[in-house]
Design a protein around this ligand. Structure first.
Ligand code: I6G
Length: 688
C-alpha cells in the first residue's frame, strides 16, 4: 500500500489570507524547482546551499502553518514517507520492450542495411545516444504532475516505486510547462554515478553493510528499497530515453524532437544525444562515445541507434519483443583475466579490515590493474577466491577494480580457501591490536581506534577531504609523513602545524608548505554540516550530516541530544542515532571538538528546526492506530515537548487526531465531529 497524506479538512486561516499564502507558496515552489533543475540536472547551482535551505525552510514554514495547502508535487513532499510491506504491481499501458544488440561493427552495418532495404532508402537519419547501464523505469505525469513511477519488471508488469522515485531530486514532480499534457509516460534509466557508487560502497563497507558489485546493482538495490527513507539517502540520477503512452501532447515527426520536448519540460535527457546520417554517422558516433567512455561520470555499455522519423519506425514495427527500428551497439566488456599473486589487508577509518588482492598486472579498458578489493570475508567465501586463482577482473572508471569471478577450471591443484583472520592471526597488521568480527557484521575491525596509525591517517584524510573541511593539498603522502613522524596525532594538531615543520618534510618546498598552511587556514571558515561530516562519526555520511545540521542548527544541541531525540531527525533510525550518541558521549571526542573550535573552526549558525518549544501550544491531540516510526509514548513525549496535550478520547475540543495503521473508532468519531485527521508524516511536518 502507498503511504497517503491525510490532509486536514478545515483550514485554520481566512480565505483571503489563504489565497495570498497559496500564491506565495506556489512562487516558492517554482523557485525551488528551478534551483533543483540547475543543481541536479544542469550541475550548475546558481545560489549557495544556505540560500537554498532558507527558501526550503520558508516553504516548510508556510505549509506547516496550514497543512491543507500541501500538495503532493511540493518539493517538501520528496521526503520518503512510510516503509512499504511490498511493492504494488503495475501493468504498463504500452509494454516496455527491450532492444536487440549489435556486438560487432558487422552487426551494426547489417542493422543499417536491413533498415534501408526495408524502407527502400539509400541513407537514413538516426537519433543516437549512450546506453546507460542502469535500471529502466517509466514515469507517469497526469496534467503535468508526477503520479507514478514504476520499474520495467518483465516488460509488461513492473513494480510501483513512486515513493522512491519522488526522492530522486533530478526527476521533476511537476513538469515545466503551462499547458501540461493530459497524460505522458516518460521512459528512461535510473543510475548511480561512478563516484557516488565508490563512496556508497566505501561507506557500506565501513558500516559493515552489504556492498554492491557495480553502479547498476547499487542503483537497482537503492530504487527497490521498501523504505523510501533509505532510497532518499542514495544519490540516484535519471535520464529519459523516450516517451511511452501519451494523451494530449503535440505530434512530433522525429524522435529527436520528442527528446527536445522532454528537455524543455526539464526532464533530464542525455547531453550526449545526437542526430547522425547513415552508417558512417553511426560508426563515428560509436567511436566518439567509446573514446569518452572512461571519462564519463556514469557507466555505459554501448550506444543506441534509433531511426529518427516516427513514420519510418511505424513502418518497420517490432520483431518479437524488440523494435526493428532500434539497436544497442555494445562496447567490449571492461573485464580481463589475471592471476591472484597474494592477498593483503588494509585498515580503514573505522578500523574495517579490507582484504586486497595483489594481481599480476593486466590491462583492463586501457589501464593497468594490479590490485582489486575483495571487500570482506563473506565476499571471499561467496566467490570462493583463493591465492593462485585465475580471476576475471572488472573496472569502471575511477572505481576500485574488483574480482568478478574465479575461473574454477584454472585453479591449481593445491589451493586452499582463504581466511582473513587466520592470515593476520586476529591482530591488526598495522598496530597489533586485537581484530574482532561482530556476529551481526560482515567486516572484521581493528579495535585500536585512534591508537592505530592507519585509522588515524584515514580519519585525517576524511576530515580534510573535499566534502568535509576541504583542506587542499593534505593528501595521502603528506598525511603518511605527518602521522609517521608524530607531527599530527589528532585532528586539532593540523591547526598547530607551522611553516618550518612543513617545509622540512620530504618533497615539500617552502612555497608548497605555504600553500598548505593557507588551505588549512581557509578551512576554518566552514559549515556546520561539513564539520559534522568531517568528524567521521560511524554511519554519518554527508546527507545525514546535512540533516543533523539543519535540524539542530548548533553544536551544543546536537552534542547534548540522546538517541531518542536524534531519531526525531528525518532519516535517522535507532542504529545511526546510537552511533551519534556514542560518539558524543566519548570524552576524547569532546576534547577533539573543543580543541578544533578553539583552533578557530567556525561556521555561520542557523536557528535549527528542533525548536519545538511552543509549536503546539494550546493544542490537544488524540493518538489512534499504530504509528510506523514512533511508539505512542514517543509521540506523546514530542507533543508535550512542543507544548501540546494528549487526550485519550476524541471530543469537540480535540484539534488533531493522529491516525496510524489500523486506526479504529477514534478515527470514525473524528470524522463524525469534523476533527482534523493527520498521519505521522503530517505530524512530523507540523513539528519541523
Ligand atoms: O533500454 C533502453 C535503453 C535506451 C531502451 C531504449 C534506449 O534508448 C536510448 N530505447 C528503447 C526504445 C527501448 N529500450 C525499448
Amino acid at each position: 500500500m502507498q503511504s497517503e497524506l491525510f490532509i486536514p479538512e478545515s483550514a485554520p486561516i481566512s480565505l483571503q489570507e489563504n489565497s495570498k499564502t497559496t500564491s506565495e507558496i506556489e512562487k516558492l515552489r517554482d523557485e525551488i524547482r528551478f534551483h533543483d533543475y540547475q543543481y541536479y540536472v544542469l550541475d550548475n547551482p546558481l545560489i549557495p546551499d544556505n540560500e537554498y535551505d532558507n527558501l526550503f525552510r520558508k516553504l516548510q514554514d508556510l505549509e506547516n502553518q496550514d497543512p491543507s495547502l500541501i500538495t503532493p508535487d511540493s518539493p517538501t513532499q520528496r521526503v520518503g514517507g512510510k516503509p512499504l510491506k511490498s511493492f504494488d504491481s503495475i501493468t504498463h499501458r504500452i509494454p516496455m520492450l527491450s532492444l536487440n544488440n549489435a556486438l560487432t561493427e558487422e552487426e551494426a552495418i547489417a542493422f543499417d542495411k536491413r533498415i534501408r532495404e526495408g524502407l527502400d532508402q539509400d541513407e537514413l537519419q538516426y537519433a543516437v545516444e549512450p546506453k546507460f547501464d542502469g535500471l529502466a523505469i517509466t514515469l507517469t505525469y497526469e496534467d503535468g504532475k508526477l503520479v507514478q513511477g514504476a520499474t520495467r519488471g518483465d516488460g509488461y508488469t513492473g513494480e510501483d516505486v513512486t515513493s522512491n522515485i519522488k526522492t530522486i531530486r533530478s526527476i521533476p514532480t511537476k513538469l515545466h510547462i503551462l499547458d501540461a499534457p493530459k497524460l505522458i509516460e516518460v521512459r528512461g534509466e535510473v543510475l548511480m554515478l561512478k563516484k557516488d557508487f565508490a563512496r556508497l560502497n566505501k561507506e557500506q563497507e565501513e558500516a559493515g553493510q552489504k556492498i554492491f558489485a557495480n553502479p547498476r546493482n547499487a542503483a537497482a538495490g537503492s530504487l527497490r528499497q521498501l523504505d523510501p527513507n533509505i532510497t532518499r539517502t542514495r544519490p540516484l540520477h535519471f535520464f529519459a530515453y523516450g516517451i511511452g503512452y501519451f494523451e494530449g501532447i503535440p505530434q512530433f515527426e522525429r524522435h529527436s524532437d520528442a527528446m527536445n520536448f522532454l528537455d524543455s519540460l526539464r526532464i533530464p535527457v542525455s547531453s550526449e544525444r545526437d542526430v547522425v546520417q547513415g552508417i558512417q554517422g553511426l560508426l563515428n558516433y560509436y567511436n566518439k562515445i567509446g573514446n569518452k567512455r572512461e571519462n564519463l561520470p556514469f557507466d555505459i555499455d554501448g550506444v543506441v541507434y534509433k531511426v529518427n522519423h516516427f513514420n519510418y519506425q511505424e513502418q518497420l514495427g517490432f520483431v518479437s519483443r524488440a523494435p526493428r527500428w532500434a539497436i544497442a551497439h555494445k562496447f567490449p566488456a571492461q573485464e580481463a583475466l589475471t592471476l591472484i599473486d597474494s592477498i593483503d589487508v588494509q585498515v580503514g577509518r573505522t578500523g574495517a579490515i579490507t582484504p586486497v588482492a595483489r594481481l599480476s598486472p593486466v590491462i583492463v579498458g586501457g589501464v593497468t590493474v594490479t590490485n582489486a578489493t575483495l571487500h570482506n570475508q563473506d565476499e571471499i567465501d561467496r566467490k570462493d577466491i583463493r591465492v593462485g586463482d585465475t580471476v576475471s577482473v572488472r573496472r569502471a572508471g575511477d572505481v576500485i577494480p574488483e574480482v568478478v569471478k574465479v575461473i574454477i577450471e584454472k585453479r591449481p591443484e593445491k589451493s586452499e580457501p582463504f581466511n582473513l583472520l587466520n592470515l593476520i592471526n586476529s591482530k591488526c597488521p598495522v598496530c597489533g591490536s586485537h581484530v574482532i568480527k561482530q556476529p551481526d557484521e560482515v567486516v572484521a575491525r581493528c579495535t585500536g581506534g585512534l591508537f592505530c596509525s592507519a585509522q588515524r591517517k584515514q580519519a585525517i584524510l576524511h576530515f580534510a577531504s573535499r566534502r568535509a573541511l576541504n583542506i587542499e593539498g593534505l593528501g595521502e603522502k603528506l598525511v603518511d609523513q605527518l602521522v609517521n613522524e608524530n607531527l599530527v596525532t589528532s585532528l586539532p594538531d593540523i591547526y598547530r602545524l607551522d611553516l618550518d615543520t612543513l617545509a622540512k618534510l620530504e618533497r615539500m618546498g617552502r612555497k608548497s608548505a605555504q600553500n598548505i598552511l593557507e588551505s588549512i587556514q581557509k578551512s576554518k571558515q566552514t559549515t556546520f554540516a561539513r564539520f559534522i561530516y568531517g568528524l567521521g562519526i560511524r554511519n554519518v555520511g554527508e546527507a545525514t550530516a546535512k540533516d543533523l545540521a539543519r535540524y539542530f542548527g548548533n553544536l551544543a544541541d546536537l552534542q547534548s541530544s540522546d538517541a531518542l531525540k536524534l531519531q526525531q531527525v528525518s532519516d535517522i533510525g535507532p542504529i545511526v542515532a546510537e552511533s551519534i550518541f556514542q560518539f558524543f558521549s566519548e570524552e576524547h571526542n569532546k576534547h577533539v571538538i573543543d580543541a578544533l573550535i578553539e583552533a578557530g573552526i567556525n561556521w555561520e549558525s542557523s536557528p535549527g528546526q528542533n525548536l519545538l518549544e511552543g509549536k503546539l501550544n494550546g493544542m490537544t491531540f488524540v493518538l489512534t492506530g499504530s504509528l510506523s516510526t514512533l511508539s505512542r509514548d514517543e509521540a506523546k513525549e514530542l507533543i508535550e515537548a512542543a507544548g501540546g496535550k494528549v487526550s485519550g478520547s476524541v471530543s469537540k475540543k480535540t484539534n488533531y487526531v493522529i491516525a496510524g495503521e489500523d486506526a479504529g473508532s477514534k478515527l470514525l468519531k473524528a470524522r463524525e465531529l469534523g476533527i482534523n485527521v493527520i498521519d505521522e508524516n503530517a505530524f512530523r511536518l507540523m513539528l519541523n
